[in-house]
Design a protein around this ligand. Structure first.
Ligand code: HEM
Length: 170
């Protein structure tokens, strides 16, 4: 089955890379745009930056994130990448997802909630984001042999625990 799907792998990988580039670029741009949500810029400019941030998040960055994650998940199965570097990569992808959710939260608070809200400065979040992206790129491009890491025994062996409900047998 996977063998017959081999010709589509480069296409899915290309889609994955284009979408994650868009996602990451958006995650850098949005906090900077949010930091410009300052009423002092004037009403017309404020409305323009607010709209661009809102539509950028909803119509570009979030769909790109979804396609990057879906295509990445497909690649895990197609490339049979059930290896420690991939699991380590997923930890950092979780950081990106949390960052994405945080940007959405700030967007709603700053631009769509009554009252005065000071947007956070962009440099610290950008530094955190750059660290996570660099870690992902290092893991996925170097594919380090993390098999040598001594995982605790309880993580590598079945626990023999019973589920709290009956599982139907075939
Ligand atoms: C749930 C999210 C993700 C999953 C499941 C995933 C999974 C994968 C898989 C299985 C591959 C193929 C690896 C191979 O061919 O050996 C891949 C390629 C790649 N991924 Fe992801 N990925 C995800 C998100 C990301 C993110 C957020 C980035 C970067 C910030 C990224 C960067 C890359 C790059 C650069 C490649 C190409 C590597 C190569 O061909 O050597 N991925 N991804």
């Amino acid at each position: 089955m996977i063998g017959s799907l081999a010709p589509v792998i480069p296409h899915i990988k290309a889609l994955h890379i284009v979408m994650l580039a868009l996602w990451c670029a958006g995650l850098f741009a949005l906090p900077m745009m949010l930091a410009r949500h300052d009423p002092a810029v004037g009403q017309a400019d404020y409305a323009r930056i607010r709209k661009a941030t809102h539509y950028g998040y909803i119509m570009v960055v979030t769909p790109a994130a979804l396609v990057a994650i879906i295509s990445g998940t497909a690649l895990v199965f197609l490339r049979e990448a059930f290896v420690p570097w991939m699991f380590a990569k997923l930890v950092f992808v979780a950081v990106l997802v949390a960052f994405h959710a945080w940007v959405g939260h700030v967007l709603v608070t700053v631009a769509e909630t009554e009252g005065i809200h000071n947007p956070p400065r962009a440099w610290l979040p950008s530094l955190l984001l750059a660290t996570a992206i660099l870690a992902i790129l290092t893991l996925v491009l170097a594919k380090p042999e993390l098999e040598t890491i001594a995982f605790p025994q309880w993580l590598t062996e079945p626990g023999d625990s019973q589920l709290p409900f009956d599982v139907p047998r075939r």
